[in-house]
Design a protein around this ligand. Structure first.
Ligand code: UD1
Length: 431
């Protein structure tokens, strides 16, 4: 089984280039099929979830020209099927964006219920409510969500819970509707703005993305565009935490510092040195960090996707920290693994009480999901000795060349597929 072997205990130093944002790119790819003209997407992250989505878009008939790892040209004029279902698509969350995109363009879509990391119950009721408000009939049968409409007419939609996925999905469908749609209590995440920007560059009329009221005037047709995905805020935040937890000095390049404010201000608060440049952030960790309180919130609050990484960082900080998770109820599954590495963490309800220890000890741990998996790699980098992280398929869903980028910063980490390879790597590292 594929796993990472990590020899920790060295401060990581140097520069790392951040890839395009996975969660933005997934929505942009779906949006790309909403025109019959070519859409070129650049700065695409080369990660598994993206490749799965491109594959199923190809299966329903879209032309996918993968120019290189980071650039694709999509043409949706050849789509022949509005039904999206295969084993891989059931495993990713963003399959639901094909519902909004196909419904908007063809007024009909049938997509397998979304999967994704097991971090909570993850309902799609708000997506459905949105489509129904626009005039679609939506049903769920045998694991498939079907939506169809004679026509879609924009209306006012109030989101009971702030949802990134539902906001983007409604924006997609409403972009090609009649009338005006107003999404109230919309998500304000950078990738919501990115999707609005790309749709606008295709001829849509979307105003207010990035605020909690988004106004969409439906248009009849969209046209082609060339668009570059924004940098990945969570990948950037993860490398910033790598600097903090290893007591290193890392310049994280190709970022939009504004998107990282919740993360940089927390790192500064706990004792890291933070320098901001136009498109880079430099973080210098430790010597010893101190405790804080954090609550995950929708943007511009502290992102839930950074919760495991900050928890690992605080597990080595002086004093007792409180980390409260308000978005997904099942996001502390890494805690048992971290405790096996010597962390002192108790979870009560939505809050983890973390008392900092001097050092982690190396251990063999299992990645329970994407972000928690990255957090466990961070812990291994900070621990003395060899650790193994298994189930790294989760990490590969969302981090491009994670081990390669870490090696570029001086980490001793290798992906291996069996015990023999693991032993060979250890012997070589010792030698
Ligand atoms: C997206 C991201 C995920 C990130 C999350 C929050 C993708 C592929 N995934 O997930 O990495 O952790 O945003 O930033 O982009 N909710 C409902 N009903 C719905 C939809 C959501 O109650 O119909 C609730 C969820 O249970 C959760 C909250 O709303 O408590 C936020 O979820 P949402 O923003 O929709 O997350 P995702 O789009 O699934």
């Amino acid at each position: 089984m594929d796993r990472y072997i990590v020899k920790g205990g060295t401060p990581l130093e140097g520069e790392v280039e951040i890839s395009g944002a996975k969660n933005a790119a997934l929505a942009l790819l779906a949006a790309a099929i909403m025109t019959d003209e070519d859409v070129t997407i650049e700065n695409l992250p080369n990660v598994r979830d993206i490749n799965v989505l491109l594959q199923v878009m190809g299966e329903i008939g879209a032309k996918i020209n993968r120019v290189n790892d980071h650039k694709v040209i999509i043409n949706g004029s050849t789509i022949t099927s509005y039904t999206v279902d295969n084993e891989s698509i059931r495993k990713i969350r963003a399959s639901y964006y094909l519902l909004g995109a196909l419904l908007g363009k063809y007024k009909h879509a049938e997509v397998a219920l979304p999967g994704g990391c097991d971090i909570g119950s993850r309902p799609i009721d708000l997506h459905i409510k949105g489509f129904e408000t626009l005039g679609a009939n939506v049903s769920i049968e045998r694991g498939m969500v079907s939506a169809s409409a004679e026509e879609l007419i924009g209306k006012s939609i109030y989101m009971d819970v702030v949802s990134v996925g539902a906001t983007i999905n409604i924006m997609l469908a409403a972009a090609l509707s009649g009338g005006r749609c107003v999404i109230e209590n919309a998500a304000k995440e950078p990738h919501v703005v990115d999707v609005a920007n790309m749709l606008n560059s295709m001829g849509a009329s979307i105003r207010g993305a990035g605020t909690d009221v988004i106004r969409i005037r439906g248009v009849e047709k969209l046209h082609g565009t060339v668009y570059s995905v924004i940098p990945d805020q969570i990948e950037a935040g993860t490398f910033m935490m790598v600097a903090a937890v290893t007591g290193g000095d890392i310049t994280v390049k190709n970022v939009i510092p504004k998107h990282l404010e919740a993360i940089t201000s927390k790192l500064y608060e706990i004792g890291c040195s933070v320098e901001e440049y136009d498109d880079a952030v430099r973080i210098i960790g430790g010597p010893r960090l101190h405790s804080t309180k954090i609550t995950t919130l929708p943007y511009p609050g502290f992102p839930t996707d950074m919760q495991p990484q900050i928890a690992v960082t605080l597990a080595l900080a002086e004093g007792t920290s409180m980390v409260t998770e308000t978005i997904f109820e099942n996001r502390f599954k890494y805690v048992d693994e971290l405790v096996r590495m010597g962390a002192d963490i108790k979870v009560e309800g939505k809050t983890a009480f973390i008392t900092g220890v001097e050092k982690f000890s190396s251990a063999d741990v299992v990645a329970p999901d994407l972000r928690a998996g990255a957090a466990l790699v961070m812990a291994a980098l900070a621990a003395d000795g060899y650790s193994e992280i298994t189930d790294i398929k989760y990490i590969k869903r969302g981090y491009e060349d994670f081990d390669g980028k870490l090696r570029g910063l001086g980490a001793i980490i290798r992906e291996v597929s069996d015990d023999r390879e693991a032993m060979k790597f250890k012997l070589k590292a010792i030698g």
